[in-house]
Ligand binder design. Structure first.
Ligand SMILES: NC(=O)c1ccc[n+]([C@@H]2O[C@H](COP(=O)([O-])OP(=O)(O)OC[C@H]3O[C@@H](n4cnc5c(N)ncnc54)[C@H](OP(=O)(O)O)[C@@H]3O)[C@@H](O)[C@H]2O)c1
Length: 291
């Protein structure tokens, strides 16, 4: 099977090519405010769709609001088959820094309802095709938050439901209330964490969306990956993404960039062919996790 060029069915009925795009980098510093060059950001989004991207990941807190607005401005009316996945459940109080992510969690009904209404308006859609809980709120049981998501789905405001940064136990608690279509956890060649979650997703037809697939850009510069990549006429970023595509048929990729050139490079990872030996070589590398 050619696992590089295939499609994943989100929730069993929503097909997307497994090479998507993460839009978070199209914001100001610290994921706060609009990007410095909005016309460049719109160009990146348009080029992504032109090159066949069918899944774009965003969130209400990217900006906040600016990222979803830019997606609408660049791409509305949306191409048939384009899926925009957004997220709610976080509140941002300022730019993110290493010392202070500037975020708190809120999984209450009042917050999630208001967040969905705002995302619907900013994205210019009547229904959000994939709505993800950005983080589990420690003060609100996940079952309670999932009941709100279930009601929003019954009301037709959201279609499929996803989770982010969750354990297998949390996924199982959520699934006791409502179907879970995707899980978005940190995962990359240098951060091979959540292997148990990935295996669980494979067993249960859940899409696994690794965030920071390039380790925030560090893998694009990786000397460890460079020689194998060069032997396959690929860049380290492409080899790192191709490894993820081969790692599991449930993986949907959302590499982020604010540059058309990097976008084109990353999307070309779809046609990088890695052998079984290449996969084993990459698996055996010990690359420092830059988080
Ligand atoms: N669920 C969550 O909590 C969560 C958290 C973080 C992110 N996310 C999602 O995951 C997506 C991906 O994560 P991410 O964007 O933070 O990190 P990433 O995809 O691992 O890396 C993006 C960084 O790498 C650089 N880069 C990308 N392609 C490159 C290339 N070919 N050569 C050199 N540098 C390159 C980008 O800089 P340039 O702009 O200069 O290309 C950017 O700084 C986000 O966009 C967001 O949608 C979700």
């Amino acid at each position: 099977m050619n696992e590089i060029n295939d499609t994943f069915l989100i929730g069993g009925d929503l097909p997307v090519h497994r090479m998507g795009f993460g839009a978070m980098r199209l914001t100001g510093p610290g994921v706060w405010g609009p990007p410095e060059d909005e016309s460049n950001a719109r160009a990146v989004l348009r080029r992504a769709v032109e090159l066949g991207v069918q899944f774009i990941d965003t969130a209400d807190v990217y900006g906040p609001g600016d990222n979803e607005r830019l997606i609408r401005e660049a791409l509305h009316p949306y191409a048939p088959g384009l899926v925009i996945g957004t997220k709610g459940g976080l509140v941002r109080s300022g730019p993110a820094t290493r010392a202070n992510p500037g975020m708190s969690m809120n999984g209450t009904e009042a917050h999630i309802r208001a967040a969905v209404e705002r995302s619907l308006r900013l994205l210019g859609v009547e229904r959000i095709e994939l709505y993800q809980l950005h983080r589990v709120d420690p003060a609100t049981p996940i079952e309670e938050t999932m009941r709100v998501f279930r009601t929003l789905r019954e009301e037709g405001k959201i279609r499929h439901i996803g989770l982010s940064e969750v354990s297998v136990e949390q996924i199982e608690r959520a699934r006791a209330v409502v179907d879970i279509a995707t899980v978005q956890n940190v995962y990359s060649l240098s951060a091979r964490v959540h292997g148990d979650v990935l295996a669980y997703c494979e067993r249960n037809d859940i899409g696994f969306i690794p965030f920071w697939p390039l380790d925030g850009g560090a893998l694009a510069q990786s000397q460890e990956v460079a020689s194998l990549a060069a032997a396959r006429q690929a860049t380290p970023a492409q080899a790192s993404l191709a490894w993820l595509l081969r790692k599991s048929p449930n993986i949907i990729l959302i590499p982020g960039t604010s540059s058309v050139a990097h976008l084109e490079e990353n999307l070309a990872a779809r046609s990088v062919v890695l052998s079984e030996d290449d996969l084993a070589t990459l698996e055996a590398l010990s690359i420092p996790d830059s988080r």
